[in-house]
Write a protein that binds this ligand. Sequence first.
Ligand SMILES: *Cc1c(COP(=O)(O)O)cnc(C)c1O
Length: 388
Amino acid sequence: MSNISFTDLTAHQKVIGDKITDAVNIVIKNGRYIMGPQVAQFENDLREFSGAKHAISCANGTDALLLILMAYGIKPGDVIFVPSFTFAATAEVVAMLGAVPFFVDVDSATYNISCRSLEDAIGRAKELNLPVRGVIAVDLFGRPAPYRELQNICDEENLILIADAAQSFGSVYEGRPVGTLAKTTAVSFFPAKPLGCYGDGGAVLTMDDGLAAAMRSIRVHGQGAHKYDNIRLGMNSRLDTIQAAVLIEKLKIFESELAQRQNVAAYYDAHLSGACVKPGISGGFRSSWAQYTVVLDGIDRDALMKKLSEKSIPTMIYYLKPLHLQPAYDHCPRAAARLENSEYLSSHVVSLPMHPYLLEEHLHAICQTVNQVCADLVRAAVGGGGCR
Ligand SMILES: *Cc1c(COP(=O)(O)O)cnc(C)c1O
């Protein structure tokens, strides 16, 4: 059996490698390395794929979030509610503008922002007379956040709702695709994300004409009608033409890759034993399965990962520490003294290999090995020696 990789960034080249090489060569020959025609074409393809009214490509997913916050005019001191169990960029962009990331706990089953904890956080922030402005919902590991409930809370409280879909491009929630679930959506094309390019890349998807125009301007130094007009503070965050050329080709096979990711998740769901708490594969959503992450209850995570590694099965922990406990953010306000689910998940989750090109023989070996090692560890914990 060939080696099992946790995520395989080159396997698609067996399918479209030549097409990507040709597309990149065209860019190299044409010399339009910045804002070449492939950038506009890719933005067009993104709009068609997602159903969003506008797609604005940019340099990475972190900048996509920053473009959104800047277009909304988020100011120093403004409060933006963010989940604690996420990648650092979600809170980082808020802090970079001098605004306040206010940490909210997540739901223990979906790993996404908890509406109940959000309501607690809003209550606390109001008691402190803080200027509450918005919420960044994260579609963690690909699973869409509960947008219907979140939109209701945001409408009631007059808050902006922003989707951090860095991990969930291609996901669907209650029949609606990512890109249409909030007024603004940030996407990442970092190589390991479901739709990855050959370097850094990102995009904002939005339904709003005014915000779209502002973000197109902020992306290039706050440019006005003329290239050397600067009508607002901006930054330099364009998507390279070469990355756009790669993404145009990769988007063409993205639906079939998403289908293969569904198959992998369904295999895990059917074949992993009850020793791992599985994320579930149904319930009003389709995940892009950026990660397949299980929760271990009563099983020593380090021991499991070590045993699996010895058997050539790679695993990863996303995320080892919730953001409200990180030195960069531990002074920020939070919904409660302890964010229990975020803390519990950080010390109990493990992610299994996930990519569209995992073979059935790989999946069979992974499930058999995980089940066996879990059973051994449970037995050792109960019996103390491995004998019944
Ligand atoms: C990857 C990621 C980002 C940032 O994307 P980059 O392209 O790496 O800047 C933001 N939020 C989440 C949840 C992510 O997983």
